[in-house]
Design a protein around this ligand. Structure first.
Ligand code: IMP
Ligand code: MG
Length: 184
């Protein structure tokens, strides 16, 4: 079994490992500046797609911070994204009065992030900002203000660096696409 093909089709590199790492270092530096005065800084990763991005990003944030995770899964398949999202694993700490930075792999329709923001706001953090590695504006249904963005990508299904196709390929160190498309 090879990791570089999906259903017999080759994976083309859309964003290389070097490009990812350069951009993530820039984001980390910017976040370090912006949160320098925060006393209760909490970085929340949205599982599972965030796991590589978050681990690289926090190594470039030179501030004391708390890391926590939240597991979400959409009802139905990917193509049937309805915005009805289930919390499969909740935060392990309260975020009352904290400066929260939500770290996501991709904002696609925006439905997941809007649901999550609504949920987190009820816990009364001091502030909430969003850091997303990718955005796919062509598919946006519900606008999301992304405070820190890695890359804008075309309307193609991407895999790697945390993002999955049928639960696999998350461990590719780059972002890839399969030309001709995949059945999401
Ligand atoms: P949204 O609610 O449509 O914004 O969905 C966001 C979620 O869908 C992301 O957190 C990903 O888990 C998943 N997703 C969206 N686009 C892609 C993609 O191109 N590849 C892999 N997963 C994706
Ligand atoms: Mg995700």
């Amino acid at each position: 079994m090879s990791l570089d093909v999906v259903e017999g089709k080759p994976i083309r590199t859309l964003i290389s490992e070097a490009q990812l790492q350069t951009r993530i270092a820039e984001l980390g530096a910017q976040i370090t500046q912006d949160y320098a005065a925060s006393h209760h800084f909490v970085v929340i990763g949205v599982l599972r797609g965030c796991f590589l991005f978050l681990s690289d990003l926090v190594r470039h944030i030179r501030l004391p911070l708390v890391v926590d995770f939240l597991g979400l899964s959409s009802y139905g398949g990917r193509t049937a994204t309805s915005g009805v999202v289930r919390v499969t694993s909740d935060l392990s700490i309260p975020i009352l009065g904290c400066d929260v930075l939500v770290v996501e792999d991709i904002i696609d329709t925006g439905l997941t992030m809007n649901y999550l923001l609504e949920n987190l706001r009820t816990r009364q953090p001091h502030s909430i900002k969003i850091c997303s590695l990718l955005e796919k504006p062509a598919r946006l249904v519900q606008p999301v203000q992304i405070d820190y963005l890695g890359f804008t990508i075309p309307n193609q299904f991407v895999i790697g660096y945390g993002l999955d196709y049928q639960d696999r390929y998350r461990n590719l160190p780059y972002i890839g696409v399969v030309d001709g498309g995949l059945h999401e």
